[in-house]
Design a protein around this ligand. Structure first.
Ligand code: F6R
Length: 242
């Protein structure tokens, strides 16, 4: 696992965007696995700037998002569909048909999971971007999810719902379930880029980099992947010994 330590969120966002931009320059038809949440917003802003300067294009890029809330219509401002369009897709030249976000609107969630999983089996993700939950979740794979798990509907833990409450008016409004790529899908990406910023990620970063692999801490599976880069800022890296 390669660890890049940076000063703060701004630098993390620049370094992460450079890694993705370099990949797109080398392979303009790359397939990206994308994440939502606070961690990638700055890096998406940097990618938009690079697009505006003509340094990169998304014309032939395909994307697959990690997860989506159940119970929220796509049009809800906090759906991950809205998030991705607001923070990246509406500002670049990506084709809507190349955007894939799990669809969890509908009564037959099992069928929708299978459809997304089948798409992932056909796709070959060149780079998967990840944030990390304070409890070690990646995507919405909560502690004790099997490392063999593929796309599924997950009941969110109270911790994760509380962490995400800041995007809603109250805890009651935070969805209770989400559809997420499983850990097995995430591990199939050729490269993984994980970004962690801020003091509330200190414990998670320390556990991730301890090297211990356990299903009780989902992100620890990344220690078994051959090509992972972790970018951490000073706050998130505070508990690491240099
Ligand atoms: C988002 C996702 C989640 C987040 C994680 C960290 O698509 O899959 O695993 O990456 O919850 O969220 P932030 O970045 O908001 O701290």
């Amino acid at each position: 696992m390669k660890v890049i330590k940076v000063k703060n969120y701004d630098e993390l966002s620049k370094v992460a965007a450079d890694i993705i931009a370099d990949l797109l320059k080398e392979n303009p038809k790359a397939t990206l696995g994308l994440a939502t949440g606070s961690s990638p917003i700055g890096l998406y802003q940097n990618l938009i700037k690079k697009y505006e300067k003509g340094e990169i294009s998304f014309k032939d890029v395909k994307t697959y998002n990690l997860d989506e809330y159940c119970e929220l219509p796509k049009s809800h401002p906090e759906s991950y569909y809205s998030f991705m369009h607001r923070n990246l897709f509406s500002h670049v030249d990506i084709k809507e048909e190349n955007v894939h976000i799990p669809c969890s609107e509908g009564s037959d969630l099992e069928k929708l999971c299978k459809e997304y999983n089948d798409l992932l089996h056909k796709a070959s993700i060149d780079l998967q971007l990840l944030g990390i939950g304070a409890n070690g979740h990646i995507g919405f794979n909560e502690p004790n999810t099997s490392f063999e798990q593929e796309t599924f509907v997950v009941k969110l833990t109270e911790k994760t719902r509380k962490d995400n409450q800041r995007f809603f008016n109250s805890l009651d409004e935070v969805p209770t379930h989400a559809m997420t790529m499983g850990i097995k899908n995430i591990m199939q990406a050729k490269k993984i880029l994980l970004v962690a910023s801020g003091a509330n990620k200190q414990d998670a970063v320390k556990k991730l980099l301890s090297g211990e692999v356990t299903e009780s801490f989902p992100a620890s599976v990344l220690n078994n992947h051959p090509d992972v880069t972790v970018i951490v800022d000073e706050e998130a890296a505070k508990l690491l010994n240099d």
